[in-house]
Design a protein around this ligand. Structure first.
Ligand code: FAD
Length: 385
């Protein structure tokens, strides 16, 4: 293989370049990205950058030392075997890495909607989170909760509108989400409220109520950024479909990060995980696969969120129907674990209990069963259950 083209210069794209070089690939690598910035981490955008504690979050890497042709501000527009058409013309490849991530979903309406995906989004939003500003945040998921944290801290008057009956419902279920409701102290949290449109001056709810706002932030989720592949001869279904080696259906192509829906042997299903740990670690497997080596990506998925002074960490995968057991009371530090029918640990969510997370992740990886009677006692460490 002489030339690898990496489309998408986020963390997954960059890490794949690093992994290719780390594995001894000496051919040409082109890394193109729609954004004009060099690769950066996104988690700080809704945390340190939004709070004004940092201005950037560039990944510490040396593109010159990696001998990569970096094309910032260049988008891939379409793909046919061996050729990517870009905003700067066509480029041929022998190996292709699809790492185009995900893009925020917007709501109907003519009003200005902020979203938070890019460094530029974060700077624009930070500039308007000023004391007294009326801020309406649509969606009480991970991004909504973290933006609400920053907006409240900035002295804004915050309303959060969520269509489900609790925050975080889509990700971890309404029962766990309900435990986070008290964290919204001082915030007008509207649960079970559906937004009709974002209009001039605020948000119109289904039913007609209008919530006035100077700033509207839409945080209702993302979709894989694969529009440019619509006409390509490649399987797409909730992202780029790959096997357990991260190999896509088009020969010579791998997909990584938020845009990849890979087959997990461990869970017996296809997973697409929109979290940092996947973008960090999947590239090692993608690079190996591209170079013809044998490698399988089958992690215990992991993510975290920092909201309202709490650290939430999650590891595992819990299809609907798993049994939920709590360790600790909602007012303090607590964890929730999902157990399968035979008491095997499927997933753990830890709130300010990092040890539960670390131990839980290992237990999930090993496929161990737990003693449920010991489990409910938060004083007993997970590894002793
Ligand atoms: P991306 O980071 O989206 O990078 C893809 C890149 O490809 C983008 O720069 C995009 O512009 C570019 N691109 C798209 N289409 C094209 C095209 N056609 N041509 C060229 N380039 C293209 N995860 C956690 O686990 N914990 C957290 O606390 C956390 N916080 C987050 C906070 C925010 C605000 C955001 C946005 C995400 C957060 N995440 C968090 C998720 C994590 O950042 C993502 O999972 C990770 O960034 C995915 O990396 P990626 O490289 O796959 O995709």
């Amino acid at each position: 293989m002489n030339h690898v083209v990496v489309v998408g210069a986020g963390l997954a794209g960059l890490r794949t370049v690093e992994a290719l070089r780390g594995r001894g690939f000496t051919g040409r690598i082109t890394l193109m990205g729609e954004e004009r910035h060099r690769p950066y981490d996104r988690p700080p955008l809704s945390k340190a950058v939004l709070k004004g504690e940092a201005d950037t979050s560039f990944v510490d890497t040396d593109l010159d030392a990696l001998e990569v042709d970096f094309w910032p501000g260049v988008s891939a527009k379409s793909l046919r075997a061996g050729v990517v058409e870009t905003t700067e013309g066509e480029i041929g490849y022998d190996g292709l890495v699809i790492a185009t991530g995900a893009e925020p979903i917007r709501l109907p309406g003519d009003g200005l909607q902020h979203v938070l995906r890019t460094l530029d989004d974060a700077h624009e939003l930070r500039a308007v989170l000023v004391p007294g500003a009326r801020v309406a945040i649509i969606g009480a998921g991970w991004i909504g909760a973290e933006v609400a944290t920053a907006a409240r801290r900035a002295g804004c008057e915050v309303t959060v509108v969520e269509s489900a009956r609790a925050p975080l419902s889509t990700a971890v279920g309404a029962e766990i989400g309900a435990r986070t409701v008290p964290w919204y102290d001082g915030i007008d949290l509207r649960l079970g409220a559906m937004v009709d449109s974002v209009d001039e001056g605020g948000v119109r709810l289904v039913g007609g109520e209008f919530i006035e706002a100077h700033v509207v932030v839409t945080g209702i989720g993302v979709r894989p950024a694969v529009g440019w592949l619509a006409e390509a001869d490649i399987d797409l279904h909730n992202g780029v479909v790959t096997d357990e080696h991260l190999r896509a259906s088009l020969p010579g192509t791998v997909a990584v990060g938020d845009c990849a829906a890979w087959w997990s042997r461990r869970w017996g299903t296809r997973l697409r995980v929109e979290h940092w740990d996947t973008a960090l670690n999947a590239p090692e497997v993608a690079a190996a696969t591209l170079l013809g080596e044998e490698a399988v990506y089958d992690p215990v998925p992991y993510f975290w969120s920092e909201q309202f002074g709490h650290m939430i960490q999650y590891a595992g995968h819990h299809p609907a129907g798993e049994r939920l057991v709590y360790r600790g009371e909602p007012e303090g530090k607590w964890s929730a674990v999902w157990l399968t029918e035979d008491d095997t640990l499927a997933a753990v969510l830890a709130v300010d209990r990092p040890r539960d997370l670390v131990q839980g992740r290992r237990i999930i990886d090993a496929g161990h069963r737990l003693d449920t009677e010991r489990l409910v006692d938060p004083q007993v460490s997970l590894r002793d259950c």
